[in-house]
Design a binder for this molecule. Structure first.
Ligand code: EPS
Length: 388
């Protein structure tokens, strides 16, 4: 059995973004339309720049399936760039503070920041969303759903109970928000803030949440640092360009409360529940000891404002060493809504990886058998009479 692994390649204005996903079991009916839906969602959000009017991101599956079913081999795919003008674009000489331009030139010895920024661009996340669009279909076949939504923009907060209020209608509510939030009532104030920020030639950050429901307990592991799911999820979210903060459950609030106000009491479940154990709360965000508890995983991330800003920031010319200002490159006023889609994708990729680490087989049927075996084992725990 191959471990789930994925890799992307491609530049923002090169001919195509490429991805390879390895370790998807054979026998998964791959829904390509479902992947395209996620790619289309990544292009959304009020405050996006001109590029999103040029591109219509679609995935092309190049290998690893036959007759609509995965065959167990690596799945290669492409997401073509329409704006494939990399060789015609100017060479900027003044690195943008906040972007990879300067650190990348210092790393690779480039004197052309474009050689760095083309790969560092958040356009690469389209390939991640496509990779996750494949991997998450394994999770969905076992009832694990991953859902991302915007929670604040430039300091404007969505209502804190938006998830609960949205209930099962949450996908439709999110689709009705121009910011992919669960609080469309907050849209107007956010639009006004984006318009005002655009006029001021600046950019905006924000926060989003990703929740995963339907996870069985025991994904990840407490046995070694590398297997702790909290670390894998945190690292995955931090790998998204512009992410500067990640929280799990009640997050930094844990540092202000006493233990009895932080940990989630374990209580007997009501009769008929598949497990003998239940929780009175989920302040841990579904993770204890680096493993899933079976409660929803709750993660929050903070995205900084995009560093390509019209007003320009102080910088130094790479060739002359003279103080200057960064020149503007086309960008978004904000892309936090899109980032919530990428966050969802990264969480799905990690969960698919640990899910297959635990239940992995070479085919979906083999995975199913392992999942069912573990389910019955979990159902028996706490219900055995002492001495039996
Ligand atoms: C992006 C494509 C880019 C930017 C943005 C994200 O398009 P272009 O550079 O051609 O305008 O809109 O990139 C960045 C925010 C960045 O910092 O590089 C995309 O497809 O998401």
């Amino acid at each position: 059995m191959t471990k789930l692994q994925w890799r992307t390649a491609g530049e923002s204005h090169g001919p195509t973004l490429i991805g390879i996903v390895e370790g998807i079991p054979a026998g998964l009916a791959l829904d390509v339309g479902r992947i395209d839906e996620e790619l289309a969602r990544r292009q959304l959000g009020y405050g996006r720049g001109g590029r999103m009017r040029i591109e219509t991101d679609r995935v092309e599956i190049l290998s690893g399936w036959k007759g609509g079913l995965t065959i167990g081999g690596p799945i290669a795919f492409a997401v073509r760039n329409k704006d494939a003008v990399i060789e015609k674009l100017p060479t900027p000489t003044n690195p943008r503070p906040g972007h990879a331009d300067l650190a990348g030139c210092q790393k690779w010895g480039h004197r052309d920041p474009r050689a760095v920024l083309e790969r560092a661009s958040a356009r690469e996340t389209a390939a991640r969303v496509a990779a996750a669009g494949i991997a998450r279909q394994v999770l969905e076949a076992f009832g694990v759903e991953v859902f991302g939504f915007l929670t604040s923009l430039g300091g404007l907060e969505c209502r804190p109970d938006a998830w609960d209020v949205a209930g099962e209608e949450r996908a439709a509510i999110r689709a009705s928000s121009g910011f992919l939030s669960l609080d469309p009532g907050a849209d107007q104030a956010m639009r006004d803030l984006v318009d005002e920020t655009k006029k001021a030639q600046d950019s905006l950050g924000g926060t989003f949440e990703v929740r995963a429901t339907g996870c069985p307990p025991g994904l990840g592991s407490s046995s070694s640092a590398q297997e702790r799911l909290t670390g894998l999820l945190g690292g995955a979210l931090f790998s998204i360009p512009a992410i500067k903060g990640v929280e799990v459950g009640i997050g930094f609030e844990v540092a202000r409360r006493r233990g009895s106000e932080v940990h989630d009491p374990i209580v007997p479940s009501v009769d008929g529940e598949p497990s003998a154990f239940s929780r009175e709360s989920n302040r841990a965000g579904g993770l204890e000891g680096g493993m899933t508890t079976g409660e929803p995983i709750v993660l929050r991330a903070a995205m900084k404002p995009i560093p390509s800003i019209r007003i320009g920031m102080p910088t130094v010319d790479l060739h002359t060493g003279e103080a200057t200002r960064a020149t503007y490159q086309r960008s978004d006023v904000t892309s936090v809504p899109a980032c919530s889609v990428v966050g969802e994708a990264m969480v799905a990729l990690v969960l698919a990886e640990v899910f297959l680490d635990k239940y992995g087989g070479d085919s979906m049927d083999q995975v199913k058998a392992a999942v069912e075996h573990h389910r019955s084992e979990c159902a028996a725990l706490g219900r055995q009479k002492p001495g039996l």
